[in-house]
Design a protein around this ligand. Structure first.
Ligand code: ADP
Ligand code: MG
Length: 393
């Protein structure tokens, strides 16, 4: 992929790029909405990547171009499909409603942290579906951060680049997301899922080579875009914080699974908060159980935990939608080992764990169930645990 993107860069900017970098989208295997509760998550990287050709500049200009600008769903206005030119010393949070806020936010976050980034020319091209819950936003941020880290010899560790990308998304773009997506894109390795403790950012690479064990993981992109999910996300987040405060803990991570009943009883008539707490505490335990099963080579047994996680997100956290439920229910009815929605919710994608021999039957059954329910046809593809961000050229 580096040859065509270098040519495109040269055509745009009249010189060859200094280098080419790639960062992947991700699927979260288990651990949903736990990352802002100091909990556990277990994403893996997709083979789909955002690739950036980049050159340094020393004159304070940041020039941005994306082959996929038309996929921008941020505010629906046109005008960012050509090269967008910004001044690095004029970057200010909350001022850019377009896709350019993501890369500009990374430059802003680096400069705010004291790193002397004096400009860049960037051209981007991506195969990560945008707005599908597969984290095209983190892929975009991380590829820019890694490129600037190399070009400016900043020597920042991956976890720190992820933190700066999260800051770009939270503060500059204004989207209140946890640390999972950026860490996944920056730190995943091929053939593994990444067990991440979001409290101290420690990670464990967990072997996850399904093909070798006769299984596959399917992603069902419902094509329902989660455009209005920010408000709901904020509400869940605030509810979790309220739960932690009522229970007298720093974060819901600190409520032990075997103390859950007592904790729930202690929440009095706070029914909404009780449901949120129950999801987070049981979900953290599911992540630990999935990690233990995978490390013990008992991969098939994770299926029921994925399905349990879906029920918890649907009934307790209440962030599923009819299309996600159709994907999960029809896949299970057709013989899947387990299935759940993945990502923030209200659309996006579901994942399905299946025996290799059942993939075709399940894919057809899901498509038929969508047709019968009158939903837009889903896009189903296989997800192979792939490499994290890297320099390509
Ligand atoms: P997700 O991360 O689930 O794909 P988000 O809403 O978090 O969804 O991020 C999608 C937004 O990220 C798009 O609307 C666009 O602004 C930006 N984006 C992602 N990838 C690209 C790209 N390759 N080119 C331009 N903008 C992109
Ligand atoms: Mg995102």
């Amino acid at each position: 992929m580096s040859a065509p993107i270098s040519e495109a860069f040269t055509a745009l900017y009249g010189r060859a790029p200094d280098g080419v970098w790639a960062a992947p989208g991700r699927v979260n295997l288990i651990g949903e909405h736990t990352d802002y509760n100091d909990g556990f998550v277990m994403p893996f990287a997709l083979p789909h990547t955002t690739v950036a050709a980049v050159s340094r500049r020393t004159d304070g200009l940041l020039r941005l171009h994306s082959a996929d600008a038309s996929a921008d769903t941020s505010d629906g206005t046109a005008g960012t499909e050509g090269v967008v030119e910004l001044r690095v010393d004029a970057l200010a949070p909350g001022t850019d409603p377009h896709w350019t806020a993501y890369p500009a936010g990374v430059v802003w976050a680096l400069r705010e942290a004291g790193h002397p980034v004096t400009g860049a020319d960037l051209h981007l091209a991506s195969t990560v579906p945008v707005g599908a819950g597969l984290s095209s936003s983190a892929a975009l941020e991380v590829v820019v951060a890694l490129a600037l880290n190399d070009l400016y010899a900043l020597d920042l560790p991956r976890w720190k680049l992820a933190r700066l990308c999260q800051r770009a998304e939270n503060v500059y773009v204004g989207a209140p997301t946890g640390i999972m997506d950026q860490t996944a894109s920056a730190c995943c390795t091929a053939g593994h899922a990444l067990f991440l403790d979001t409290r101290d950012l420690s990670v464990r690479q967990i072997p996850f080579d399904l093909a070798a064990e006769g299984m596959r993981l399917l992603v069902v992109d419902t094509r329902v875009r989660h455009a209005h999910s920010d408000g709901e996300y904020g509400k869940r987040r605030a509810g979790c914080e309220k739960g932690a405060a009522l229970l007298g803990v720093d974060a819901l991570r600190d409520v032990p699974y075997d103390g859950l009943d007592t904790a729930l009883a202690g929440l009095g008539d706070e029914d909404e908060v009780r449901r949120l707490v129950r999801h987070i505490v049981t979900e953290n335990q599911r992540v630990e159980r999935v990690a233990a099963l995978l490390e013990a080579g008992r991969t098939r047994e994770i299926g029921p935990l994925l399905t349990e996680g879906h029920a918890s997100l649907r009934d307790d956290f209440r962030i599923s939608c009819p299309e996600l439920d159709t994907a999960v229910d029809s896949a299970l009815a057709a013989g899947a080992l387990g299935a759940r929605m993945t990502g923030g919710g209200f659309g996006g994608s579901a994942i399905v764990l299946a025996e290799t021999g059942d993939v075709e039957t399940i894919t057809k059954a899901v498509a038929a169930a969508f047709a019968a329910a009158g939903h837009t046809p889903p896009r189903t593809f296989e997800a192979v645990p792939s490499a994290g961000a890297a320099r390509l050229a």
